[in-house]
Each structure stands twice: as C-alpha cells, then as structure tokens.
Design a protein around this ligand. Structure first.
Ligand code: NAD
Ligand code: TYD
Length: 341
C-alpha cells in the first residue's frame, strides 16, 4: 500500500513515519508536509534515503495538488497544534485543521480510500472528575480544540453521508523525542539546560494525561490496520500528572543526570499570567481500544520521562538549531526551492 502521511515532518508524524517504515516494510510512505515552523525534516534524516520513503512538500488545503499524487490511503497528522498560538491567532488553525481536513476528505472520497484522522482529547473539553469516553459530548474550549472538533465532525459526516472508510483517534498529551520545544516537556528541558526562566501558567495544578509517542504510534498502526470504518478510539496513557509534578520530576532528574545544581534549576520557575480559558483537567478512558483491538500503553512514565531527558541532552544540537532558526534551511539544502503551495 502507498500511504500518504500528512504532517510527517512534525513531532508525532515523524515518529510515526519512522515506526511505519520499520514495522511495515511492505508499505510505501509519502510524507506530505507544508513545513510550517513546526515541520522539521531533520527529524527524519536517518530514513530520508530509504527506497520506500518519499517527501513531498505541499499544503493539505491544495486539493488539485493532492489529486495529482498517487496513494491508496491517508493517515492525517497535519495540523496547527499549539493552544497558545491559537489564542493569539486562530485563522491558520481554521485553515489547516478544518479546510485542510475537508480537502483531504474530498480527495479520499474521489478515490474511495481509507483515511485515519488523528485528533485530540481536547475536543471533549475539561472534566472535573471521571474520564471522557468516545460517547462523551464534544465541548471544545480553545480555538485549537474547536478547530480539531470541527474536523472530527466533518470526518464523521463524510462517513455518514458518503460511507467513506474513515476512523478518528483522540489521544492525550504526547511526549518523547522530536517534540517542538514550545510544548511543556521539551520547553522545560531546554530552558533548564540553558538557564532560562521556566514559565508556570497560573497555579500549575492543571492536569494532563501523558502518553509516550511510541505507544501512540503503535495505537495508530493498530487502528489503521484493524478498525472498522466510522470508528472512534480514545488513546490515553492512564497517567495523569499535574504540571508542577511533571516540572518537578524533570528538574530533579536533570540535576541528577547533568550535575546542574538542583536549587538553581528550581529558581528558574516563574509563575506567569494564566492561559486564557485554560482547561483544568483532561482525562480519557482508553478501554475501548484495549477491548476491541488489544492495545494498551507500555511505556512507564518515569522511564519514558527519563529517556526523553536523555534524548534531549544527547540531541542538543537538534533543538538549538530550532531555537536559532537554522533548521529551516535544511529543506533548501536537500530539495532546493521547490514548493507546491
Ligand atoms: P506538530 O505541530 O509537531 O506537527 C504538525 C505538522 O503538520 C508539521 O510538520 C507542519 O509542518 C505540518 N502542517 C501544518 N500545516 C500544514 C498544512 N496546511 N499542510 C501540510 N502540512 C502542514 O504537531 P504534533 O504534535 O505532531 O501533532 C500531530 C497531530 O496530533 C495533530 O493533528 C494534533 O492535533 C494531534 N495531537 C497532538 C497531541 C500532542 O500532544 N502533540 C495530542 C493530541 C493530538
Ligand atoms: P502544552 O504542552 O502547551 O499542551 P496542551 O496545552 O495542549 O495540554 O501545555 C501543557 C500544560 O502545561 C498546559 O496546562 C499548559 C502548561 N504550560 C505551562 O505551565 N508553561 C509552559 O511554558 C507551557 C508551554 C505550558
């Protein structure tokens, strides 16, 4: 099968492309990515010359260009993904997350191909107690979550209206290698190493469920190959943490691993004005995917966090090139100026 993976140069997408190439040599992967600020081809340096991998730069909103490509199925990661940016300017979120998804659905409809849509637990909104299931109402609170919820509804509508072979996955907060250093865990690690202030939004007692990206990739693979058309699956880590707990663990582990002074690291913590509309708690019930498809998370959080710190310490150049902006040149040196807008 020729699989079009959208957003394959981003955090989860690049982990998934590497996973798919390794676990399914029978498939060919086309990594289709616009290379926004969040796309980084350096994430895939180790596999870029493999015969069953191709990179194509393009925008998922460009339907004629998508129509011109040859593929049999779509796994759709491409999105604007950062809540804080969606509060500053929501237009790129609506364009890519809603219009882009709709354009992919149209392309999939024309060739009647399977499409897995990667969504988020944030579409359910915030929950004080208990867990969201796939049957919970969709009540997004941030512009990012609202754009993802809109795309979920379009995916559902294309199944109901046209019988399209689609599935939706809603995962919790991912962590692991290649995460862009604007998100909490890589931001804390990179700021701590560089001695920069670490912003804590509000009281820091916000709760997220954390899932290692490798567990997420395995879940997507299983859903893509085994799930029924029209199905929705929550993919969660059953691992709730308050932000201040995570930040504390990160700094303690960093001090142990690097010899940096623990107190100096904790002195970097800086309470800042809270995010507008900040969701207090996300928590999802992943028992449906365990029951139906036999998936459950395998990475223990302490071990996953420790390995993630090791990765960021060993790959300092990777995130320094992001902070300096040098990573943006990699595409040009590899592929020239070509860009199919
Ligand atoms: P990311 O921001 O790291 O990567 C997004 C990728 O999409 C980038 O490579 C970017 O260049 C590409 N892209 C953006 N707009 C595009 C467009 N118009 N056309 C083509 N490519 C475009 O995001 P991520 O963290 O890897 O998230 C991947 C998916 O998983 C997203 O759909 C996101 O909503 C979802 N998700 C992420 C998390 C998380 O914790 N990171 C949690 C739940 C759901
Ligand atoms: P983030 O990684 O942006 O993911 P999301 O908002 O999609 O859950 O943020 C995770 C949590 O960490 C969220 O409650 C906001 C908080 N946060 C901080 O306290 N400081 C920071 O610098 C960042 C980036 C996030």
């Amino acid at each position: 099968m020729k699989i079009l993976v959208t957003g394959g140069a981003g955090f989860i997408g690049s982990n998934f492309v590497r996973y798919l190439i390794g676990s399914h040599p029978e498939h060919t992967v086309i990594n289709f990515d616009k290379l926004t600020y969040a796309g980084n081809l350096e994430n895939l340096r180790d596999i870029e010359d493999l015969p069953n991998y191709t990179f194509v730069r393009g925008d998922i909103c460009n339907r004629p260009f998508l129509d011109s490509l040859e593929f049999d199925a779509i796994i759709h990661f491409a999105a604007e993904s950062h809540v804080d940016r969606s509060i500053l300017d929501s237009f790129p979120f609506l364009q890519t997350n809603v219009i882009g998804t709709q354009s992919l659905l149209e392309v999939a409809r024309k060739r009647n191909c399977r499409m897995l849509h990667v969504s988020t637990d944030e579409v359910y909104g915030s929950i004080a107690q208990g867990l969201f299931t796939e049957a919970s109402p969709i009540e997004p609170n941030s512009p990012y979550a609202a754009s993802k919820a809109s795309s979920d509804l379009l995916v559902r509508a294309y199944h109901e209206t046209f019988g399209l072979d689609v599935m939706i996955t809603r995962c919790s907060n991912n962590y692991g290698p290649y995460q862009f250093p604007e998100k909490l865990i890589p931001l804390v690690i990179s700021h701590a190493v560089e001695g920069k202030q670490i912003p804590i939004y509000g009281d820091g007692k916000y709760v997220r469920d954390w899932l290692h990206v490798a567990d997420h990739c395995r879940a997507i693979d299983i859903v893509f190959h085994k799930a029924r058309a029209g199905s929705v699956y929550n993919i969660g880590g059953m691992n709730e943490q308050m932000n201040i707990e995570i930040i504390g663990s990160l700094l303690t582990k960093l001090a142990e691993k690097t010899g940096l002074d623990r107190n100096s690291l904790f002195n970097l913590l800086t309470p800042v004005r809270d995010r507008l509309g900040h969701d207090r708690r996300y928590a999802i019930d992943p028992s449906k995917i365990e029951r139906d498809l036999g998936w459950k998370p395998e990475t223990g959080f302490e071990q996953g966090l420790s390995e993630t710190i090791d990765w960021y310490l060993a790959n300092r150049q990777w995130w320094e090139r992001i902070i300096s902006g040098d990573y943006l040149d990699y595409y040009k040196t590899q592929y020239g100026e070509r860009f199919n807008e």
